[in-house]
Design a protein around this ligand. Structure first.
Ligand code: DQA
Length: 147
C-alpha cells in the first residue's frame, strides 16, 4: 500500500502561471498537482495536493496531518515569513519538509527569514517544481527506511 503524503500550499500559490511568471514560471497549480501525483506514483506515495489562501484552513489541515500521522510537504508561501500560528501548527506534525519554488534568500530582505524552518525536518528552495520532487523523494526514502 502506498504511503499517503500531503502537499500543502499557502496563499497566492493558486495563482501560479498568472502570478509573477518571471519568478514562479508559467505552469499552473493544476500542472504542479498533476506532476506531483505522477512523481508520487513513481516513488510509491499517494500524493494529495491542496492549496488555500486562508491561514486558518492551512492550520486546520496541519492539525489533521498531526492527528493522522500524515507526512507533509509544505510551501507556506508568504506565511513563511511571519506566521507564528502556522509555525506552532507545523511543530505538531512529525514529518514536514518546507519547500519554495524560488530561493527566498536571494530575494527581498523580508523573505530571508523563515519562522517555519526551525520546526521542519529540512527546507528545499530555489528549484521550481523540482523543489517538490526533491522533497517527495526524500519523504519516500524516509518512509521506506522506517517500514
Ligand atoms: C514562495 C516564496 C515566498 O516568499 C512567497 O511569499 C511565495 C512563494 C516560493 O515558493 O518561492 O508566495 O514560498
Amino acid at each position: 500500500m502506498s504511503q499517503l503524503a500531503w502537499i500543502l500550499n499557502g496563499p497566492n500559490l493558486g495563482r501560479l502561471g498568472a502570478r509573477e511568471p518571471e519568478v514562479y514560471g508559467s505552469a499552473s497549480l493544476a500542472d504542479l498537482s498533476a506532476v506531483c501525483a505522477q512523481w508520487g506514483a513513481e516513488l510509491g506515495l499517494d500524493v494529495e495536493v491542496r492549496q488555500t489562501d486562508s491561514e486558518a484552513e492551512l492550520i486546520g489541515w496541519l492539525h489533521q496531518a498531526a492527528d493522522r500521522s500524515i507526512p507533509v510537504v509544505l510551501n507556506p508561501a508568504a506565511f513563511t515569513h511571519y506566521s507564528y500560528g502556522l509555525r506552532d501548527a507545523v511543530a505538531q506534525v512529525s514529518l514536514v519538509i518546507e519547500v519554495h519554488l524560488s530561493n527566498p534568500a536571494a530575494r527581498d530582505v523580508f523573505r530571508h527569514r523563515s519562522v517555519i524552518s526551525g520546526v521542519v525536518l529540512g527546507t528545499i528552495a530555489g528549484f521550481g517544481f523540482d523543489s517538490y520532487y526533491l522533497a517527495l523523494s526524500e519523504l519516500a526514502r524516509l518512509a521506506a527506511a522506517s517500514s
